[in-house]
Design a protein around this ligand. Structure first.
Ligand code: NDP
Length: 281
């Protein structure tokens, strides 16, 4: 039987609806959550993401400001901008769209954000809190994945969870969140041996690699929950696909997320949730 498709589009719409009510309640007390989005340069993918984030703010009633800096903006320009946003009273959350141009030190930029306004949860203080399990903000993409897994109805506790990818923004925090929910977690990366066999043990398989069709049907245990974080644009057709060979894996998996319409919209919904939360901080 083909897998249940876990729609991030539907689930994120539900979450955004709940947030809309929360924002309306805050509004009645004279409080409007505010998000500042900083983008540097002309990366088309970054532009698409920033526009989606701004649109989600509008839908929910969050006030948003965009700061678009030119490709040749200096480290100092960026650090000064963030320092001023840290002090701005009507701004609760600050998001710097990554990646930044090569001449910019990304780490220093992230470290400049006030951790209480760090709605992406990339600041070392927030990363540390995620590790401990006592967090102000959940990192948006991994948090979105957790919501989708919950939606699948599968209990995480005691399950074999395999995360493919160990980046600071997806793979590592994802593994931590699964661990906090009592999964038995394995992290795979480019040096992992026998990755096929490791993946095939997973009850819950999360792919965050950035390679189209990386997860094939022979890497998936029948009935597994397969979550596809990847966003890849195919060279020839320009089609947007994930890391999972969706059609073939869907024949075997118990549940699967599509791309587009899976993790992507959940990431944005979680960003909105963090921005509303930032008001309380
Ligand atoms: P990174 O490039 O930072 O990390 C990719 C990871 O995949 C690395 O840990 C790398 O291993 C691992 N990897 C690469 N090749 C292999 C291989 N052959 N076998 C096993 N592991 C491999 O990417 P991100 O984590 O930032 O993003 C991953 C994907 O998710 C991308 O497609 C990105 O666009 C997408 N994404 C989607 C989001 C969403 O909202 N849906 C949000 C963020 C990202 P190693 O560490 O050894 O190099």
């Amino acid at each position: 039987m083909p897998a249940k498709v876990l729609s991030g589009k539907l689930l994120s719409a539900r979450i955004k609806d709940e947030l809309k009510h929360e924002v309306a309640q805050l509004e009645s007390k004279g409080i409007t959550p505010g998000l500042a989005v900083v983008i540097v340069g002309n990366d088309p993918a970054s532009r698409v993401y920033v526009n989606s984030k701004k649109k989600a703010c509008e839908e929910i009633g969050i006030y948003s400001e965009e700061y678009a800096l030119p490709e040749d903006a200096t480290q100092m320009d960026l650090v000064n901008l963030i320092t001023s946003l840290n002090q701005k009273k009507d701004i609760d959350g600050i998001l710097v769209q990554l990646p930044l141009p090569k001449h910019i030190n990304e780490e220093e930029v992230i470290n400049t954000i006030n951790p209480k306004k760090d709605v992406d949860a990339f600041h070392p203080v927030n990363v540390g809190k995620i590790m401990i399990g006592n967090y102000d903000f959940l990192p948006c993409t991994p948090a979105g994945v957790m919501e989708l897994i919950k939606e699948s109805g599968i209990e995480i506790a005691g399950k074999e969870c395999v995360v493919v990818g160990r980046s600071n923004i997806v793979g590592k925090p994802q593994s931590m969140l699964l661990l906090h929910e009592h999964g038995t977690v394995t992290i795979c990366h480019s040096r992992t041996k026998n990755i096929k066999e490791v993946c095939r043990k997973a009850d819950i398989l999360v792919a965050a690699v950035g390679k189209a069709n990386f997860i094939t049907a022979d890497m998936v245990k029948p009935g597994a929950v397969v979550i596809d974080v990847g966003i890849n644009r195919l060279e020839d057709t320009k089609k947007l696909v994930g890391d999972v060979d969706f059609d073939n894996v869907a024949e075997i998996a118990g549940a699967i997320t599509p791309v587009p319409g899976g993790v992507g919209p959940m990431t944005i919904a979680m960003l909105m949730r963090n921005t509303v939360k930032a008001v309380q901080l």
